[in-house]
Design a protein around this ligand. Structure first.
Ligand SMILES: NC(=O)c1ccc[n+]([C@@H]2O[C@H](COP(=O)([O-])OP(=O)(O)OC[C@H]3O[C@@H](n4cnc5c(N)ncnc54)[C@H](O)[C@@H]3O)[C@@H](O)[C@H]2O)c1
Length: 308
């Protein structure tokens, strides 16, 4: 089967490309390499360097495609506050562009990528997909807009769409060297280079950390589940457990055999206090459950960092 992966040079997208190439799919990647890297891409896949908001670039990359995995995005929440237009162009207009070109090209299914940020700090934890959605950043607004566009393309045009709300993904290839880096690579980088890890606030805020192989398995499941179960729907994709940042740090210290008491810095304004997904819908609709334990995923991630 021929598939297109948008954002396939990025952290999650490149792992998905590996899995698709391994199962024998013909994989095309469209990526503008703003935060992705060409050398992340599996040698059997073809890179079409381009912008997902550019109609001609997406049309050209889509020829002959049966399933689209849409992961390309400006994914930094803080950057979206500083540069909302750029975020909206890539995430909202880019998603609409991918959906419209896919419809015109006769694509059967588009799996689109949303985020736990659409909940904006849910009151009820574990959080169901039906919880109130209160996006609190331009990034989160753009992700929610993308979900609605995906649903509308199923309802209006019967192009099968599935949106996945990802929660705090971590694993190999996630980079610590950006001002918008995620907490897992930042902590590993600090601990392995002898720098004091920085913790925002008291460190008791929790996240639902998801190992990247589990996230990739959810995309594969979403590409294979029967349309009558999943088309037009949105699913939480998460480890389904909750760990505080201090627990994360302690787990990494155990794996690495080091102990560096953190420096507490100002809490981030608007930081969500608790985050944990209810993933029962994905089990029913997609036949997917997370399999990799938190410590196991961290050990694999540390192994990659240390070898790099
Ligand atoms: N990492 C997480 O914890 C997390 C959580 C929730 C949702 N997500 C979503 O998962 C997806 C992948 O995120 P990631 O963590 O792998 O980030 P990433 O930055 O590594 O990957 C995004 C990729 O999209 C590409 N890209 C950006 N703008 C583009 C454009 N205009 N045209 C073409 N390509 C473009 C980048 O070059 C990069 O390769 C994103 O949609 C993100 O919003 C990630």
């Amino acid at each position: 089967m021929r598939v297109l992966v948008t954002g396939g040079a990025g952290f999650i997208g490149s792992h998905l490309v590996d899995a698709l190439a391994s199962r024998g799919d013909e994989v095309v990647v469209i990526d503008d390499l703003t935060t992705g890297y060409a050398d992340n891409i599996h040698p059997a896949a073809r890179l079409a360097e381009g912008d997902v908001a550019d109609r001609d670039a997406v049309d050209a990359a889509l020829a002959g495609t049966e399933v689209v995995f849409h992961l390309a995005a400006a994914r930094a929440v803080l950057r979206s506050v500083q540069q909302p237009r750029a975020t909206d162009r890539t995430n909202t207009a880019g998603t609409l562009n991918v959906l419209e070109s896919a419809r015109e090209a006769g694509v059967r299914r588009v799996i689109s990528t949303s985020s736990s940020s659409v909940y904006g700090g849910a009151v009820v934890v574990p959080t169901l997909e039906s919880a109130p959605l209160v996006p609190r950043s331009p990034y989160a607004v753009s992700k929610l807009a993308g979900e609605h566009y995906a649903r509308v393309y199923w309802e209006l045009h019967r192009m099968e769409t599935v949106s996945l709300r990802l929660f705090n993904v971590f694993g190999p290839r996630q980079r610590p060297d950006s001002q918008y880096a995620a907490v897992v690579p930042l902590f590993i980088d600090a601990l392995t280079s002898g720098h004091i890890p920085e913790v925002h606030g008291d460190g008791r805020q929790s996240r639902d950390f998801t190992y990247v192989d589990d996230t990739v398995a959810a995309y594969l499941a979403a590409s294979q589940a029967p349309a009558e179960k999943c088309a037009g729907r949105v699913y939480n994709v998460a480890g389904g457990r909750e760990y505080s940042l201090l627990e994360l740090l302690a787990a990494l210290e155990t794996i690495l055999g080091v102990h560096l008491p953190p420096r507490h810095v100002d809490a981030r304004p608007g930081d969500v206090r608790r985050s944990r997904a209810d993933c029962a819908a994905a089990a029913t609709g997609l036949g997917w459950v997370a399999k990799v334990g938190f410590e196991e995923g961290l050990a694999r991630t540390v192994g990659w960092f240390v070898q790099r």
